[in-house]
Design a protein around this ligand. Structure first.
Ligand code: F0G
Length: 466
């Protein structure tokens, strides 16, 4: 991988700059918008003379690359064992020796037969990004952006987070021997995630504000201190996060699924996956892209509202509230990029209620897969897309599960004990919903340590003598 075959292009005004010239808050000096990474082979790339020649020397060849990427799976090199860097020809942003990897990516694509059956779909798949080293999709982006931090000589990295970015950043910083600063909203992230950032040795600061407030504070800090910002405004994060698109295609033998359903928080992941699929199409790996749909929680739905209001002008931030704490975000940084992906792929935005999220999460758990609440919005949203025919029976849909079920075990325990929802929410349940909840709830039984007592409980569960 050579270092300078990429540049940063502003997604607002189109200005192009050298990667090393970008401001510490990753905003364009001209218009304040976000950048994306551009290569000489990118669609619409404009390169100055000389640089262009260097860049165009390399034109990705789909047939050769498909073979090479497969072959690397049996290599013993760390960069080959990573499901991100295995695809390094399409993200040449750092030199190989600078790569910081925990062997992320290469996550499973599971079938979901029971859920598919209940929705009347022939085939439903879940790409489980929770099976990454720190238990979320953030690892794929973190390996990319943190490697850039190393190559730029930073000793401190920082992020504001709802918990998963901070866990990933802390782990990768520890691997690289960098110091890391985590800003999280006090009392609003899941314990599993908080414990991770402490375990990996980050300086963990709980601020008395929400995620959006943490972002504000950090944007000022990076202006005043030599700290490298690893939030998803950092375009290198998205280069790593686009690689699951390549994996999905590989895992489906280069058949393009009809739909990809992604949870929406800060809206970087949907943007990254869109970039990945569109690059695959542009380079001739595939002929069409899946429709990428974004699902938001009802209480944290600024993109949904923006589109409902006609999708014109600026997005209005909301005061976010949802139990899916990973996506409790009211002012998403990457909303314009995500809106572009929706428009270019023909996908939709949906919002789902707390009750719908809880049920969907239990259904994913009952498939033996499990995920954290924010990931379950995908299934809750898919139900709506199926109900009104936007997703058809014959079509292949892939749910992007972003976090592992152990990330937020408290939520899961509350669901199964029956004390997750408020009295008001319970009162709003339909009869069918109530039945589905009680069919899935598995409250732990507390019994005497007596064989007969346990056997009786088993008979009661089985509904017959055992
Ligand atoms: N799912 C999970 C599990 C997440 O942690 C996040 C974001 C998302 C979905 C949404 O992705 O922001 O790219 O739209 N978590 C961030 C964090 C914000 O700090 O961990 P997005």
């Amino acid at each position: 991988m050579s270092l300078s075959v990429h540049r940063l292009r502003c997604t607002g005004c189109g200005v192009r700059i050298d990667g090393a010239q970008v401001q510490s808050n990753f905003r364009c000096v001209e218009c304040g918008d976000l950048f994306e990474v551009e290569y000489a082979w990118s669609e619409g790339a404009v390169w100055p003379e000389g640089l262009a020649e260097r860049g165009t020397v390399y034109r990705p060849n789909p047939i050769a690359l498909k073979h090479l990427w497969q072959e690397r799976k049996s290599s013993t090199l760390a960069v080959d064992q990573s499901g991100v860097w295995r695809f390094r020809e399409l993200l040449p942003i750092v030199r190989e020796e600078r790569v910081v990897t925990l062997r992320e990516g290469d996550t499973p694509l599971y079938e979901m037969p029971r859920v598919a059956n209940s929705l009347g779909l022939n085939w439903l798949l879940a790409k489980h990004q929770g099976m990454n080293p720190t238990g979320s999709f953030k690892d794929t982006g973190m390996t990319a952006a943190l490697s850039v931090a190393v190559s730029r000589g930073f000793t401190w990295v920082a992020c504001a987070s709802t918990g998963n970015t901070s866990a990933a950043m802390a782990a990768y910083a520890a691997r690289a021997g960098l110091r890391s600063l985590v800003l999280i909203p006090e009392g609003k992230i899941a314990w599993g995630k908080l414990s991770q950032s402490m375990d990996y040795g980050a300086t963990t600061v709980q601020l008395k504000t929400d995620f959006d407030g943490c972002v504000k504070v950090l944007s000022e800090i990076v202006k005043r201190a030599p700290v490298y910002l690893l939030n998803s405004v950092n375009p290198y994060r998205l280069e790593g996060q686009k690689t699951p698109a390549f994996e999905i295609l590989e895992q489906l033998e280069w058949q393009v699924p009809h739909h990809l359903i992604v949870p929406g928080g800060n809206l970087a992941n949907s943007s990254a996956l869109g970039k990945g699929f569109m690059e695959m199409k542009h380079l001739g790996f595939i002929k069409r892209v899946p429709k990428i749909s974004v699902i938001q929680a009802e209480g944290a739905n600024p993109l949904y509202r923006w589109l409902q209001n006609g999708g014109e002008g600026q997005l209005q931030p909301v005061k976010a509230e949802t139990r899916a704490s990973a996506i409790r975000i009211g002012n998403p940084a990457s909303w314009k990029k995500a809106a572009k992906v929706l428009a270019e792929t023909g996908g939709w935005v949906e919002q789902v209620s707390e009750r719908e999220i809880a049920l969907a999460k239990a259904e994913i758990g009952a498939e033996g897969i499990g995920c954290e609440p924010a990931s379950a919005v995908t299934l809750a949203g898919l139900k709506k897309l199926v109900a009104d025919g936007r997703v058809g029976q014959e079509e292949t849909a892939v749910l992007l599960l972003t976090g592992h079920t152990l990330k937020d075990s408290e939520y899961t325990i509350h669901f199964h004990r029956g004390d997750l929802l408020t009295t008001e929410e319970l009162a709003g349940q339909t009869v069918a919903e109530r039945a589905a909840f009680s069919r899935l709830q598995r409250e732990p039984l507390v019994l005497d340590a007596d064989v007969d007592v346990v056997l009786r409980a088993l008979e009661k569960e089985a509904g017959q003598p055992v």
